[in-house]
Design a protein around this ligand. Sequence first.
Ligand code: ADP
Ligand code: MG
Length: 471
Amino acid sequence: IWARVCERLEGKVGRNNFVAWIDPLQFDSLSDGVLTFGVPSNFMGNWVDRYFRDSILQEVHAQTGQDVRRLAFNVQRPANVEARPKPRAAAPQPAQRPKPEPTVPAPAAQVAARADAGTRAPLSDQGAPLDERFTFDNFVVGKPNELAHAAARRVAAGGVVSFNPLFMYSTVGLGKTHLMHAIAWELRAKRPDLRVLYLSAEKFMYQFVQALRDKQMMNFKELFRSVDVLMVDDLQFIAGKDSTQEEFFHTFNALIDQRKQVILSADTAPGDIEGMSQRIVSRLQSGLVVDLHPTSYELRLGILQQKVEQFSPEFAGVTFDDGVLEFLAHRISSNVRELEGALTRLFAHGAFMDRVVDVPLAQECLRDVLRSSEKRVTIDEIQRTVADHFNIRLSDLLGPKRNRVYARPRQIAMYLSKVMTERSLPDIAKRFGGRDHTTIMHGVRRIEDLRQDDVQIEEDLTLLMRALGNR
Ligand code: ADP
Ligand code: MG
């Protein structure tokens, strides 16, 4: 019977879900309305119960006529695996907002099309799907991104067009796409009458080329000019692509002239996009240009806390020990995407190994990520790079001057020497003009403290670490 149920389930949940979750279940028994399976881990049982219970119960009922009340799971552990250690710290409570079930496809409608859109070209094929996690609720605001966030909120309010275009830029992984999707979600909910189109510049180009080839330029123009809100992500992609740029420029102008909202993102400021025509650049600059700064330690910690809540329901039972999130926020400062990747990996490790995630586990399973952020550098290189960065002489950096212009860079250089090399404090002290090692310790602490809420220092550190890491 279970085999027959399986057949039906496969059709219902899709091949991938079936192979990953249903197929590994070992049917054990069905009695007293309880259907029992053997599973390789708790994690797996929880997942199946959470996401596939209803489908399973329905199918069993359809095949046997029996009413099953619940599923039960026996973890079949290989004999040599030790029991789970007692968690020392409770995990943060799971988020209240449940994740949608994986069996349900992401919302199919890509755009908020009007009910009467029948007379117009359908937009849904032209846009890109919106990620349902990328909402304002899930966006953590901190000093580095507050301006971009405020601007996005304003545009998402859907009232009068106040700045047009809104142009957001930053290096990769700092939340541009997230904010654009959030705007789209919000507009969809609040202003279903507006036609909102979100797509990447790459997709824009693809459609343009296709329209050219299929002699559908009239439709193409009509389509893009009939939207109320146009969002084009990663505009740098069409830099150097002359005819696409030209078409984009016309679309863009037409929309702005009709006072339709345009929202754009790129990896640099408009003026720095190489291969972008000057005409376009100056139009891009005519609205509001905001950038997202590298994350601060505080923001990273906030994001991690939020992501733990968000991920928890998927990884029921995984707990994080004290200090793990702080450790990650300190050690992974490149971008939010890496931070998320690290966290997901830790959740998965915790779940599969059925143990509390603590700092040693994090160190071990993120070895590659952590190593790449601590490329071998010498104290010498650090000192020269810091002096360069602050535009002071190396002799002043190492010398006795106590003026803050020299003292702060000096402390930064001490801090970097401590965190980026394996040298001991007395070793470092020797290299800083034979100072006492407590002076070094003091300097390191000072920067550690400042780093928590001084955005400027955090940015200096990010730039310096990047410069040193790139050697
Ligand atoms: P970008 O488009 O700038 O390269 P993304 O918007 O794709 O960056 O962000 C990368 C990942 O980091 C996404 O999963 C996003 O949800 C997450 N992220 C970035 N900034 C934040 C934030 N402030 N709060 C929560 N998640 C964030
Ligand atoms: Mg992006």
